[in-house]
Design a protein around this ligand. Structure first.
Ligand code: UD1
Ligand code: CA
Length: 453
């Protein structure tokens, strides 16, 4: 089968410089969702018709299996499909999708394709409460489709028809070429309507069949920011209910956003206002507190992520405790039972089994051994202004509060670092390291007072 995705329109009502089909839904362009769905049907040719912002669209969704046809002027949906014809295989049917209709399920498209087979013309239709603006499906007394009439061309009687054209159609390809070539633009909008192909098919003795989606939202398009926001909510609700069905506890299914994929083990619970981006995996018994943002991360079994934790890439072992207010950045790898507490940032660093950094620290480009205690205010000075260097802290080191480790530096196992130490040089196993400083106390000191003017 060939699939053609129409994506040349400007989307004036979005009031944006970004081409309409590139506006994100769940963090990805509308068109990317349509291409994903198309791929699940294994088309032999996949063609996107581009026009407005063609270069940006190509760049955003270009892939080896996607071909582009350019429609310089948007002369109508029929004209748009015509631009794709040279790239299609005439021996198999062509399915037409819209780049701004992101949530159509593959099962619905399969139903339409099955109804049409190789010989018939198929139209995905839906009966709605308010058909205003859509093309209406005009049937004869026997219920057979006779034509599709656009809102602007419809009679009052036709406008009362509640069954509408979703725009998604499938056609035999060999005959489509002649049908499209015969279209006229003598209609209210002066466009070459793809919908007029229905009459051409009937004239040619080709049967026109219809199929319906399971849910109306599958056929909704985006023409404005309001519709975009509404479809985002539909999508997020679908994702949330799928998680609930899979046994995940959500404090409120209306307050979770998944912009990517979220895989959960058994007995995972997620509090309100969490955002998941990219690929996130939560193993069994993970609990996520409120207001966390988690991207591209794998969280081990039994780990507790407390409120306001921000993860931008990282891996944790089992029974880790993170947050509140912790931040993991790419390359953070936490061993089992590690603790990373409030205002601790971990980047490109490994923390061993049971290592703890509970308060106010920066751990970057480091290897922290098992059971290391990182005191409050510890900073790995990993950057010399030009290059990054590594800090290595071996097992069972105790780092006192307010320590700076100037990389590259190695602290051997069992070392104790006194509070307030700057460690410039490597430290040998079991040693105590401190900077010699004096504490001075003076009597009779008088604090300055504010001068009166
Ligand atoms: C179209 C249908 C209408 C249907 C409605 C469903 C026609 C004539 N009408 O109307 O029956 O009820 O969709 O939403 O087909 N596009 C191009 N090039 C063009 C024109 C459109 O690529 O020259 C693309 C648009 O970017 C969009 C899609 O085709 O993705 C639909 O175009 P739009 O102008 O929104 O069609 P409607 O007038 O809404
Ligand atoms: Ca439309």
């Amino acid at each position: 089968m060939n699939i053609v995705i129409l994506a040349a329109g400007m989307g004036k009502r979005m009031r944006s410089a970004l081409p309409k089909v590139l506006h994100p839904l769940a963090g990805r362009p509308l068109l990317a969702h349509v291409i994903d769905t198309a791929r699940t049907l294994s088309p032999t040719r996949l063609v996107v018709v581009v026009g407005h912002g063609a270069d940006k669209v190509r760049e955003a969704v270009g892939a080896p299996d996607v071909q582009f046809a350019v429609q310089d002027k948007q002369l109508g949906t029929g004209h748009a499909v015509q631009q794709a014809l040279p790239l299609l295989d005439p021996s198999v049917p062509t399915l037409v999708l819209y780049g701004d209709v992101p949530l159509t399920r593959a099962s619905t498209l399969t139903r339409l394709l099955d109804a049409a087979g190789a010989e018939r013309y198929g139209v995905l239709t839906v009966t709605v409460d308010d058909p205003t603006g859509y093309g209406r499906i005009v049937r004869d007394a026997n219920g057979a489709v006779r034509k599709i009439v656009e809102q602007k061309d419809a009679s009052d009687e036709e406008r009362r028809i509640a069954e509408i054209n979703t725009g998604i159609v499938v056609s035999p390809t060999r005959t489509l070429e002649a049908w499209l070539a015969s279209l006229k633009n003598d209609n209210a909008q002066g466009e070459f309507y793809l919908t007029d192909v229905v009459e051409r098919a009937i004239e040619a003795g080709v049967e026109v069949v219809t199929a319906q989606p399971d849910a109306e939202w599958e056929t909704l398009g985006v023409n404005s920011k309001v519709q975009l926001a509404e479809l985002e909510r539909v999508h997020q609700r679908n994702v949330a209910y799928a998680l609930l069905d899979a046994g995940v506890t959500l404090a409120d299914p209306a307050r979770i956003d998944v912009r990517g994929t979220l895989e959960c083990g058994a007995d995972v619970s997620i509090d309100v206002n969490c955002v998941f981006e990219g690929r996130v995996t939560l193993a069994d018994n993970v609990s996520i507190g409120p207001n966390c943002v988690i991207r591209d991360a794998s969280i081990g079994a039994g780990t507790r992520v407390d409120a306001y934790t921000h993860i931008e890439g990282g891996t944790t072992g089992a029974k880790v405790v993170l947050g509140p207010y912790a931040r993991l950045r790419p390359g953070a790898v936490l061993g089992d039972e590690a603790h990373v507490g409030n205002f601790v940032e971990v980047k490109n660093a490994v923390m061993g089994h049971g290592a703890k950094a509970n308060h106010l620290s920066y751990i970057g480009d480091s290897d922290i051994g098992a059971r290391v205690n990182v005191g409050a205010g510890t900073i790995t000075c990993n950057y010399d202004g030009a290059n990054k260097h590594r800090t290595v802290i071996e097992d069972d080191v105790f780092i006192g509060s307010d320590t700076q480790l100037v990389a590259p530096v190695r602290v051997a196992r069992g070392v104790t670092i006194a509070a307030g130490t700057t460690v410039w040089k490597d430290v040998g196993e079991g040693e105590l390291v401190l900077n010699e400083k004096r504490q001075v106390s003076k009597t009779g000191y008088v604090r300055p007072t504010k001068k009166k003017v």
